[in-house]
Design a protein around this ligand. Structure first.
Ligand code: 2HG
Ligand code: ZN
Length: 464
């Protein structure tokens, strides 16, 4: 190791796997945002909690920043290393440590891939219910760091609801064992909850004890075509009142066009402004009949223009692909991403106001709307027009986001619903959190990470 700091780290941990090849720096230094040029100092792949602690202490002594790294599927620049940081990848810490059938918990290392968590739970006849399209690549530690949500929040809530215990290494190098899987624990501040959603700025999640639940009931998947947003909200209210919803997701016709161009199969003929993919419990014939009845009511009232009910698992997967394939289909256009939330009741007002504002201020700009409308979480992807270069596009997007942030502020919403703040949204944090809150956040960070070595620059700038 030519860098004396790395030589010292290798000396302290001769077994530690350290990567410095250009390809590795590039691979581990970026996440799915693709906006920053990766430039980490090196990549460390510890295999034990002890190694993580030694690395953090070494980083404190040498004033080297650490970027904790999972699957790097994040969309807000939270796992980017563009400033000579050490990327601390948890990918080798990916084992199951314990399954407890009585407690219904699964304890895993922080680098375990979400899909493996889900499959392990299934293998025990139980369910880990947090789910989203990046399941095959994202890590549980990253899910916890961003309080990831996804497509089943309407039924099961966010990641926060499913963490019974955490082991974290703080920015000072201490190992904290938080809540230890307890169901009840009224003994002061719950640091576990504070760590969830802290975007790697307070501690590194090395182990998590996850709650599991009953396996899902047999379900049905339906695709609906809708004429307008008011109708969509009526359908949501009707379906929520009459069926037991597992998911209720929406996308626009523009979003659909991108997924179809990317190889998905059209399921409904004609052009409709909005679509919903919904999944609900359908245990027996009676429930399936009831669902058809509810669909019939929506059709009769003109809230739905067309619909399809999946008749097989393959068809259900094909309908889900129309929604889950949107991100991948847009990726080649490197969209500017927004991930916002408002209260469910505020969705139609917010959406109409934003659409009108955007059409007025930025005619011709292509904006793709989709998301978890049943939770009030909308994804707004802005696409670069072919005649605009990247810097000009980004400058325009910043303006759009400022507009969005102001509108969200008026609607009492959040600039990040489930992706985190990261580098992408840190300039807009104050549209969602008050000055007093941000001052407290900075203070908390100082307590957990006195030298500010954990993921600096994400969430907020370090200077003030
Ligand atoms: C989803 O809901 C993800 O599919 C990604 O949160 C959203 O690509 C996006 O903007
Ligand atoms: Zn989402």
């Amino acid at each position: 190791m030519s860098d004396p700091r790395l030589a010292d780290l290798s000396c302290r941990l001769p077994e530690l796997r350290l990567l410095t090849a250009a390809g590795d720096l590039e691979h581990y230094g970026r996440d799915w945002t693709r906006r920053w040029i990766p430039a980490p100092l090196a990549i460390a792949l510890p295999a034990t909690v002890d190694e993580v602690q030694v690395i953090v202490r070494w980083a404190n002594e040498h004033a080297v920043a650490i970027v904790p790294s999972g699957g790097r599927t994040g969309l807000s620049g939270g796992a980017v290393a563009a400033n000579g940081e050490l990327v601390l990848s948890l990918e080798r810490m990916n084992r199951v440590l314990d399954f407890n059938a009585v407690d219904r918990t699964l304890t895993v290392q922080g680098g375990m891939i979400l899909q493996q968590v889900q499959e392990t739970a299934r293998g025990h006849g139980l369910l880990y219910p947090v789910d989203f399209a990046a399941r095959g690549s994202c890590s549980i530690g990253g899910n916890i760091a961003t309080n990831a949500g996804g497509i089943r929040v309407i039924r099961h809530g966010n990641t926060r609801e499913w963490v019974a215990g955490l082991k974290v290494v703080t920015g000072g190098g201490d190992l904290l064992e938080l809540n230890r899987g307890l169901v009840k624990n009224s003994s002061g501040y719950d640091f576990r909850q504070l760590l969830i959603g802290s975007e790697g700025t307070l501690g590194i999640v090395v182990e998590a004890t996850l709650k599991l639940t009953d396996p899902p009931l047999p379900s049905q998947v339906m695709l609906l075509a809708l004429p307008d947003m008011d109708a969509l909200m009526e359908v949501f209210a009707l379906f929520r009142a009459q069926l037991s919803l597992q998911a209720f997701e929406f996308f626009t016709d523009q979003a659909l066009q991108h997924v179809l161009a990317h190889g998905a199969q059209r399921a409904i003929d004609g052009e409709h402004p909005y679509y919903v993919v919904t999944e609900f419990d359908a245990v027996d014939e009676q429930q399936r009949e009831a669902a058809l009845g509810v669909f019939g009511q929506a059709l009769e009232r003109g809230w739905v223009s067309d619909g399809v009910i999946a008749q097989s698992e393959a068809q259900a997967a094909a309908l889900w692909r129309l929604r889950e394939g949107i991100t991948e289909s847009l990726a080649p256009r490197r969209p500017y991403k927004n991930d916002v939330s408002v209260r469910i009741s505020a969705v139609p007002g917010f959406l109409c106001e934003m659409q009108a504002l955007l059409a007025n201020e930025y005619p011709g700009i292509e904006v793709i709307w989709f998301g978890h409308i049943g939770d009030g979480n909308l994804h707004i992807n802005v696409l670069r027009p072919h005649d605009l270069d990247e810097p000009a596009f980004l400058a325009r997007c910043e303006k759009v986001t400022r507009l969005l942030a102001n509108t969200l502020h008026c609607h009492g919403g959040s600039i990040s619903a489930e992706h985190g703040i990261g580098l992408v949204k840190r300039a807009y944090l104050e549209s969602t959190r008050s000055a007093a809150e941000i001052a407290l956040m900075r203070g908390v960070r100082k307590v957990f990470d006195p030298r500010g070595i954990l993921n600096p620059g994400k969430l907020f700038t370090e200077s003030s």
